[in-house]
Design a protein around this ligand. Structure first.
Ligand SMILES: *[C@@H]1O[C@H](CO)[C@@H](O)[C@H](O)[C@H]1NC(C)=O
Ligand SMILES: *[C@@H]1O[C@H](CO)[C@@H](O)[C@H](O)[C@H]1NC(C)=O
Length: 723
């Protein structure tokens, strides 16, 4: 369906125009001009960039007007046209079509009159060259298993399903079903007397990362892994994905890949492919995604051990036996790892009063296939925010701080575009980044979801309330906020310990307060060739109202962070969240280590947070503005901004030094449900495998102290005084 679609679309050039042209857009534009007209009548003049000392309360009311204009300038039609243009062709990172989307985004920014900038990197990517799979059944028949997706087989542009960075190799072995491929799944098999060594694993996709599934299988002596995704009412799609461990270009761990700017043509340091550190990022055995239908055919032919009882509860296929065998699988995968140029595209709106403070909005642009949900629903939102900000600028808006719109490349391979950029800009981000607002798959289906670092909770809630004129697209007369709260009984803000999108380098490496937003979750066409514009207009967001809603929240969050004289960051909720974590940790440790050091430093943070909030309230209320007051606000803002950096630790997590954040980051135990204090849970995990219990406990206690010191650093930064 995606293929036929790409032939029936208007010329791409027609979408390069950024001025609204449909009657509806024109109408909206006229309405906005009327609002402006009213505004100028009231104020007698258009707002001019004001020198700092001249700021008046009047200006803050004008900021409100601009926020209203931002919201009323929403149009579902522009969003749909951007998405249509972006999804005309597949645009896998490193391919010529990916360059076209970079150009499209760059042209859009430039046509709007925004300062535009492209940053290229050379990074190691991975592509398939050949794959085959056949099943040899016990009755002697041999069946070739299709490794392409039905219905899109003719489109040469869609990359065949594969796992990026899988080693090339062949395997011939008995098939065995390993459920989600977790440790407990192998334990269940072992309990049934199943030996998996030398077999080819068939695994369904669960919460575990692809890399973890393959590494675990290799640990068990398996020869290869085939993965399939269970999707409700949708089969035939095959889920691509990366099996690389860690983030960023594998050849430049911790530093930026060489830039390929014309004026800086010095090639940077790069590890060799055989370097141990590089080798350790890739699995040792080949793997491949297959369709649920193909998996079903293989699984139904298995005999041997019964499928463990616990697996059956939510198993979509009627598989009775887990194997191994008698079906034999003959699997070959050939791929290449090669250097490719990737392109991050930026639009910069310079702040008028604090140009050296940055509010960053980011979304990746590269897709496994057409990328209608993942990630270009988010790109469409980013482009619409650019359009609406450009409109505000034309109406006289001057943001106080700088706003940077970021369009990342090669996220699908392991957050490569954003990670290289964060590594390259680490010092500037550390001293100047106010917040990073991420949107990846903006619209996957119904329901609003959000994740944030806790000092942004209040802002997130307040902003979602303000988008109340945007009715929740899925329930008439209910606002996005009401729907968000009722779905979960209370506001459910997730935390950002995962490494599944571009917020990870900003938060977990650079300590920048972050937010991640999306509508809907678990869409069936994830990473398949069916993630097309057609799917979006049929199922994902037929009227593009969910796009409107998420764009409104995203853009408004940034307006507050860029314009509020006192930053809307509140650490009282951070302290409360940390206390909740500490209680959970304490219950889990059952007295084997003392959490007291953490409790004590949370107390310090809570006190500092309360003082900062009181100070903020006072400064927000100050009517008269002078240089002293401006400096006071700036000083408080710097403390609010840099407190998050306190959670970073120079040495990072043990064995995974790139991860610097001691509160949020992935645990080395990929099956851990504890999404905080990764260093502590790493130590708990390792202590369980140690024979010397005292040594294990000492390691846990040491990690507890490290977290306590990190929280104390955040408290000191927030207080802003030397001890
Ligand atoms: C496995 O497949 C390869 C490639 O199709 C073929 O050359 C090889 O003979 C097969 N092995 C077995 C045991 O059938
Ligand atoms: C935009 O929304 C209006 C009103 O809901 C609807 O009639 C129109 O079809 C939508 N446009 C698109 C492109 O979905």
């Amino acid at each position: 369906m995606a293929q036929s679609f790409s032939t029936t679309i208007a010329k791409p050039t027609s979408i390069f125009t950024s001025t609204p042209s449909s009657p509806l857009c024109t109408l909206v534009f006229v309405v906005i001009l009327c609002i402006l007209g009213l505004y100028t009548l009231q104020h007698h003049h258009r707002p001019e960039p004001q020198p700092v000392s001249n700021s008046t309360p009047k200006q803050s009311s004008s900021k409100n007007d601009f926020r209203d204009i931002f919201l009323t300038a929403a149009t579902n039609n522009t969003l749909s046209s951007y998405l249509r243009a972006l999804t005309l062709h597949p645009h896998l990172a490193g391919t010529p079509q990916a360059v076209q989307t970079a150009l499209y985004v760059e042209t859009h920014f430039r046509d709007l009159g925004l300062q535009t900038h492209v940053k290229h990197y050379n990074a190691l990517l991975s592509y398939p060259t050949h794959a085959s799979l056949s099943a040899h059944f016990s009755d002697g028949t041999i069946k070739d298993v299709a490794l392409v997706e039905q219905g899109v087989a003719g489109d040469d542009d869609v990359v065949r399903p594969y796992h990026a960075y899988s080693p090339s190799g062949s395997a011939y072995g008995r098939a065995v079903f390993v459920n989600y491929g977790r440790e407990e799944d192998y334990r269940a098999l072992l309990a049934q007397g199943v030996s998996v060594s030398g077999c080819v694993a068939v695994a369904r996709r669960g919460d575990l990362s692809r890399n973890s599934v393959v590494e675990k299988a290799a640990e068990k002596g398996m020869a290869a892994v085939l993965m399939y995704a269970e999707t409700e009412g949708f089969s035939g799609g095959v889920e691509r994905g990366t099996v690389m461990k860690g983030l960023g270009d594998p050849l430049t761990p911790g530093w930026a890949s060489s830039s390929v700017d014309v004026d800086v043509d010095v090639d940077g340091e790069r590890l060799g492919l055989d370097d141990n550190e590089v080798v350790s990022r890739f699995p040792k055995i080949p793997s491949m995604p297959i369709s649920a239908d193909s998996a079903e055919t293989i699984l139904r032919s298995l005999e041997g051990a019964r499928v463990p009882y616990e697996w059956r509860a939510n198993l979509k296929s009627k598989v009775a036996r887990a194997g191994p065998g008698p079906t034999m699988l003959n699997f070959t995968y050939q791929g290449v790892k090669k250097m490719a140029t990737i392109h991050n595209v930026f639009a910069i709106i310079r702040g008028s009063e604090e140009p050296d403070r940055f509010v960053l909005l980011g979304n990746h642009r590269d897709a496994w296939t057409y990328g209608s949900v993942d990630p270009n629903s988010g790109t469409a939102a980013l482009l619409d925010i650019a359009r609406r900000y450009a409109l505000l600028l034309r109406l006289g808006w001057n943001p106080r701080r700088s706003i940077v719109l970021c369009s990342w490349d090669a996220e699908e391979f392991g957050m490569i575009g954003s990670t290289e950029w964060v590594e390259q800009n680490l010092v500037n981000l550390g001293s100047k980044a106010v917040a990073y607002l991420n949107v990846d798959c903006a619209v996957q289906g119904p329901g609003f979801f959000a994740g944030a670092t806790p000092q942004l909770d209040n802002l997130l809630v307040e902003v979602t309330k303000k988008v109340d004129h945007v009715k929740d697209p899925d329930s008439e007369d209910v606002s996005l906020y009401e729907r968000w709260t009722t779905t979960n009984k209370r506001v459910n803000i997730q935390r950002l310990s995962g490494v599944d999108s571009d917020f990870a380098p900003f938060l977990q490496h650079a300590g920048v307060p972050s937010i991640d937003l999306y509508y809907g979750r678990d869409f069936p066409v994830y990473h398949t060739a069916f993630d097309s514009y057609n799917w979006m207009i049929k199922y994902g967001d037929p009227l593009f109202q969910r796009h409107v809603a998420v764009t409104g929240v995203w853009g408004l969050l940034a307006l507050h962070l860029a314009d509020d004289a006192v930053l809307p960051l509140n650490y009282i909720s951070y302290a409360a969240q940390l206390l909740e974590y500490t209680n959970m940790l304490s219950n889990l440790l059952e007295g084997s280590a003392s959490v007291h050091p953490i409790t004590a430093s949370i107390q310090e943070l809570a006190t500092a947070a309360k003082e900062a909030e009181e100070e903020a309230k006072k400064l927000r209320g100050e009517e008269t503005l002078g240089n002293v007051l401006v400096l006071k606000k700036r000083t408080l803002n710097d403390r609010l901004m840099s407190a998050e950096r306190g959670f970073l630790d120079g040495e990072g997590l043990q064995g995974r030094q790139w991860f610097k954040h001691l509160v949020y980051g992935p645990s080395c135990d990929h099956e851990s449900k504890m999404l905080f204090f990764p260093g502590i849970f790493d130590a708990v995990y390792q202590s369980r495998r140690m024979t010397n219990k005292r040594q294990g406990q000492a390691a846990i206690q040491h990690e507890i102290w490290r977290v306590a010191r990190a929280i104390q650093r955040a408290a000191y930064a927030l207080r802003g005084e030397l001890t």
